[in-house]
Design a protein around this ligand. Structure first.
Ligand code: NAP
Length: 288
């Protein structure tokens, strides 16, 4: 059984739930965090867990990644599992998103995942195996308005997963993604970055913002505990036959199979209906 697990963004939400569940199951967890990880470490102490090691890790900073990987190799001797979990969401129309916002969205969600994986792979390859689990989203398989940059980042995570599997499978390394539905984490409360133009009262998209944002924010802020994500990570680690992309949560279980069974237009019509989105003009017969 693999024993040493490295998790990014382990100080909050899904990452924290995963760190606690795996540590409680006997894994040694290196919890990558930008901050002190006080909440995680307090919870760990409360549960009597002494097998979580907090490590400073910012996925935007290659030096911090190298230092974290070197420390884990020195202290644990192997990195058997990497959970690429760190991520955040940008709320912005494509018209409004600035260069800085776009870059940061991809820097954390995509480039960070690649940087992490790049540093860990040589160790897994030399060890003759390993497991990499990328925390993706049902929004890696379908679009929603105002989230194009986030959507694109998660589609990229899906593409990386599919490609990397073929690249490193021959070395005994498994790569999976988790298509997460909406869960109650700090994703909106702390993580979400909102473009001020998109959310201004003068935005041409204001009706859409006023309608959709509360729906998604409520589904996350009042959403279910991320515990099922942690259980899915454990299940992937322990079962070699796990699916390539594992659906977890209501939205993933609802929309991902639908996407597979409907053609693109029929699926889009279902999304418009489900989320109460304004249809395209031509569809209303007003187009030129
Ligand atoms: P969260 O509670 O906000 O946790 C996100 C974590 O990512 C935080 O620990 C955060 O660290 C970390 N992070 C952000 N930027 C980072 C960076 N540059 N370097 C290192 N860590 C960084 O949200 P969550 O919902 O658990 O998100 C975890 C993953 O699930 C993300 O990839 C997200 O896209 C995905 N996801 C979430 C949902 C949902 O409904 N919640 C749905 C689908 C997918 P700090 O605490 O230091 O900011």
């Amino acid at each position: 059984m693999p024993t040493n697990v490295l998790i990014t963004g382990a100080g909050s939400g899904m990452g924290q739930a995963t760190a606690l569940l795996l540590a409680g199951s006997g894994y040694r967890v290196f919890a990558g965090m930008r901050g002190s990880g006080e909440a995680l470490m307090t919870e760990a102490r409360g549960r009597g867990l002494d097998n979580i090691v907090p490590v400073r890790l910012d996925v935007q900073d290659t030096d911090s990644i190298r230092a974290a990987v070197a420390r884990m190799m020195a202290e644990a001797g192997s990195i058997d599992v990497l959970v690429n979990n760190a991520g955040f969401g940008l709320l912005a129309t494509v018209e409004d998103g600035t260069d800085d916002e776009i870059f940061r969205q991809f820097d954390v969600n995509v480039l960070g995942l690649i940087r992490m994986t790049r540093e860990v792979l040589p160790h897994m390859r030399e060890a003759g195996g390993g497991v990499i689990i990328n925390i993706s989203s049902f929004l890696g398989r379908m679009g929603l308005p105002l989230l194009a940059h986030y959507n694109a980042s998660k589609y990229a995570v899906e593409g990386i997963t599919d490609s990397l599997r073929l690249e490193v499978g021959p070395f005994g390394i498994r790569v999976h993604s988790i298509l997460a539905g909406l869960f109650g984490t700090n994703f909106v409360r702390r993580g979400l970055v909102a473009n001020p133009e998109t959310t201004s009262d003068f935005s041409p998209y204001r009706a859409l913002v006023a309608h959709l944002v509360p729906i998604v924010a409520k589904a996350i802020n009042e959403g279910p505990s991320p515990e099922p994500i942690a259980r899915a990570v454990k299940d992937i680690i322990e079962n070699e036959d796990s699916d390539i992309a594992v659906m977890v949560g209501q939205e993933a279980e609802q929309f991902v199979p639908l996407r597979r069974s409907l053609d693109d237009k029929a699926f889009e019509a279902r999304i418009i209906e489900t989320f109460g989105l304004p249809p395209a003009r031509a569809e209303r017969g007003e187009g030129g």
